[in-house]
Design a binder for this molecule. Sequence first.
Ligand SMILES: [Zn+2]
Length: 399
Amino acid sequence: MNGVKRSRIEIDDISGLITKVSEPTGSADFIFKDELIFPGFIDLHVHAREDSSHTQDYKEDFKTAGEAAINGGVVAFAEMPNNPVPPIDDVSYEKKKELTQESPIEVVLYAGIGPDTKPLSKTVPYKAFMGPSVGELFFHSQKELEETIKNYERQNISFHCEDSVILESSKGAPTHENKRPKEAEISAVDFALYLTKKYNLISKICHCSTIESIEKIINVKKQGVKVSVEVTPHHLFFDETMLDEKNHTLLQVNPPIRQSKENRLGLISALKNGDIDYLATDHAPHTVEEKKKGMSGMPHLDTYGSFVAWLMKEHSFTPGEVTRVCSQNPGNFINQFTQSKYGKIKEGYLGSLSILDLTRSVKITEDKLKTKCKWSPFEGMIFPGSQVMTIIKGRVYEK
Ligand SMILES: [Zn+2]
């Protein structure tokens, strides 16, 4: 297969680091014939729900989110701050950081940006919610947002792009999709790009759902503006032609699934050709009961690897293209905020690997999920390949 090499990978038990990558000779703990070994996948957009209030631990916590991640081949994740007690300053951030010790994999926390917050004393990634989504941490207007962003010059900020004024004016619309039209995203992306240029930010646009927004991002990237962009599995997999009465509430999410099939296929091409930088899930574990009441978001960590197999088999992603958007680019992102090195199979990098078998299809069923919320938007579906092993710093998690 294109871009694939047979190699022997040695990982030191104690340091957990890759010590040698060489010709495939001699005996080994594991010998893979047909499976593909990737530098461990990294998910830059996870909501693990746990915070110092512990009021949402019934949905997920750092331990179960970490277990779901390993189950899906994810070896580290970056976690979002829209908690009841949001991490917005040194004290609240460190308090939440302590809770991440329960996770079996490394968690990098975003600090929240809300009205009148200021940067922390250490280097961390930030998240700004431009309009209301889940939680109370958001801005009511662009003016209010800019007043705060002024404090964050040259910082690394991820934006949830939905324009609160457009959301407000559409809130009487009959469906979730119409309440959050694509114009809300496009307008907010424009404003995020304006802020990025004006305040020299290093920005990331979260869960981008429209081709129009992607085109704007491509244009400013060409001008040297420091911006990157995520796409979710649900915006790559579902479109308006697939919504029905049965799945409609489970698939409710912000930004919504309101796209045409053409837009969806456009997002897949943009991820494949490198215009989109990251496959990031927006893993948002709510209970099925909460979903029935209209809560937005869906879980994804458990199915990350099978979803990658779908991209490879159904949409001809090469191993190199997968590595770029699932390992290398997200690795470069979190490497700025941790001592470890993620994203490559190379001496000195972490011995954390994701191993896929493209010949072993898998049916997604509840018993295969480790997330505490115990459901998946893909339940009942068959993916054409599966995650068969995840290695975390040399420690093997086999299926
Ligand atoms: Zn999110």
